[in-house]
Design a protein around this ligand. Structure first.
Ligand code: ATP
Ligand code: MG
Length: 267
């Protein structure tokens, strides 16, 4: 008699026994996710059954036409919204089993967000903007400042720390937003059209930052309309009408850096 195969036979997970080193476990798993906004006649099905695994240290670009469901997908992965149907797991934890408080802790510890509109707080300096997520995490002031400065250094803004957003260029503001996303040392960085408001040079500089973050072990998911931005990623997922229509691996996910903890690499 043949044993019934698990649904995801190719990747045994969650692990119940020690796994060979070569197996990479998904940090994110969406299983048949449907998202419907509104009800009745006004209902919009933004996602129509999306299944997606993302392994640690991968670098994924999500592409697709306007309205295809990219931001909806990103908002679910970022725990900002919940599926109408199907399952969404982070690190093997079914997020539907978490309450608001637990989701907020997960977001703060694990996820860093970068949006197209930089969402910086005006009249607050760059370094104060970057410190904000640490204040929510309950860190002391000196430690917050130290980490925020390190994050701004990493994005090349050590000389503009005390400037306010309106005194910075678009590219610089976006790099402040990236510093704010990575100051809590999240393992997963989510970016929804991070280069959407940037010129070519600023896009290039920003993508350099993402490349370095991935090399240092961060998992990155970004939405983009631009092929040259997607070319930085190691995997390109195309979405159309709420479905994944292609999923192309361009390079292997970054290998685990030997003997270096994530916090040893970045602030
Ligand atoms: N809060 C909402 N209420 C109702 N419909 C929504 C809501 N958010 C998104 N939609 C609809 O869901 C579909 C997918 O939207 P989504 O924002 O995910 O698209 P997108 O791929 O990110 O598009 P863009 O490239 O323009 O940002 C669209 O038809 C959109 O109108
Ligand atoms: Mg969008």
């Amino acid at each position: 008699m043949t044993r019934p195969q698990p649904r995801h036979a190719a990747v045994p997970w969650p692990a119940t026994e020690p796994q060979p080193a070569a197996v990479q476990h998904p940090v994110i798993r969406l299983d048949s996710v449907v998202k419907t906004y509104g009800t009745g006649e006004a209902a919009v099905q933004a996602l129509r059954g999306v299944s997606l695994d993302v392994v640690e240290r991968d670098y994924v670009a999500i592409m697709g036409a306007s309205g295809s469901g990219k931001s909806t997908l990103m908002n679910i992965i970022g725990c900002l919204d919940v599926p109408s149907e199907g399952q969404f797991l982070i690190d093997g934890i079914d997020t539907s089993s978490l309450d608001e408080q637990q989701l907020a802790v997960l977001r703060n510890r694990k996820l860093g967000f970068v949006f197209q509109a930089f969402n910086l707080i005006p009249r607050m300096t760059a370094v104060a903007n970057v410190e904000l997520p640490l204040a929510y995490a309950g860190l002391k002031m000196a430690e917050r400042r130290r980490r925020a400065e390190a994050a701004l250094f990493l994005v090349g803004l050590e000389n503009r720390m005390h400037a306010q957003p309106q005194q910075l260029s678009g590219g610089q503001q976006q790099r402040v937003a990236v510093a704010r996303a990575l100051v809590t040392a999240p393992s997963l960085i989510l970016a929804d059209e991070p280069t959407g408001n940037l010129d070519t040079k600023a896009s290039h500089d920003l993508m350099d930052v993402f490349d370095r973050l991935n090399e240092a072990g961060r998992t990155i998911l970004l939405i983009t309309h631009e092929a040259d931005v997607a070319a930085h990623a190691k995997r390109v997922v195309a979405v159309q009408d709420g479905r994944i229509i292609s999923d192309r691996r361009v390079a292997q996910a970054t290998a685990r850096p030997p003997l270096l903890g994530k916090r040893a690499v970045l602030p």
